[in-house]
Design a protein around this ligand. Sequence first.
Ligand code: MLT
Length: 233
Amino acid sequence: MKTIDVCLSPELMHLYEVRSRTVVVVDILRATSCMVTALAHGAESITPFAKLEECLNMKSKGYITSGERDGKKVDGFDKGNSPFEYMGDQVHGLKIAFTTTNGTQAIEKSKNAKEVIIGSFLNLSSVVKYLLLGENNVLIVCAGWKGRINLEDTLFAGAVVEKLKDYLGPDCDAPLAARHLYNLAKEDMAQFLNNSSHVKRLNRLNIYRDFEFCLSVDQYKILPRLQNGVFVV
Ligand code: MLT
């Protein structure tokens, strides 16, 4: 039986062997939800950067510069980190350079994996199907917040573990914990997350509608995969 594990924070990545695994990076609020939205709306590619300056430099190479720090759009960038900025015809064909506080840091730490894919509730079933059919053991890497664990990424990990429970065995207790949490929350995830730290942070920035959208399941049937450092569908 293939196995599935969950890394609850990128700070714990040193505990996991990734060279033989498919890694699913998840940052529900909001980095990976934005990436999935952009690629579903026809963006050509997303190049993730851990460092702001490296991302900004891509502007001169014809890229759209996107992302945030502490939830806010960065001065000089073309776009921020709301999924609503990545919808419609305006996104079609764009090459996007992306950097975020946690999501692209988690991607950076996952780069040695056998393969890296992007997960969000927006493409949950596509992720589950891909992992089910794939040959590799799986590690879900939760982006968290500045090294700390967050609830929304853990819920996503739990949803994947729950849906694959008859096919992929848990490697340690983190997938079990995530699955229990998801089963507690699944009837009303928005309510469950209401007091969580990043939801409060987004509320302070008046971005409640992003939160609601990022929890909507299976809006898109795409699976972004990292190829030569670039996410494409
Ligand atoms: C991140 O990568 O930390 C997030 O996407 C933050 C945000 O909500 O903008």
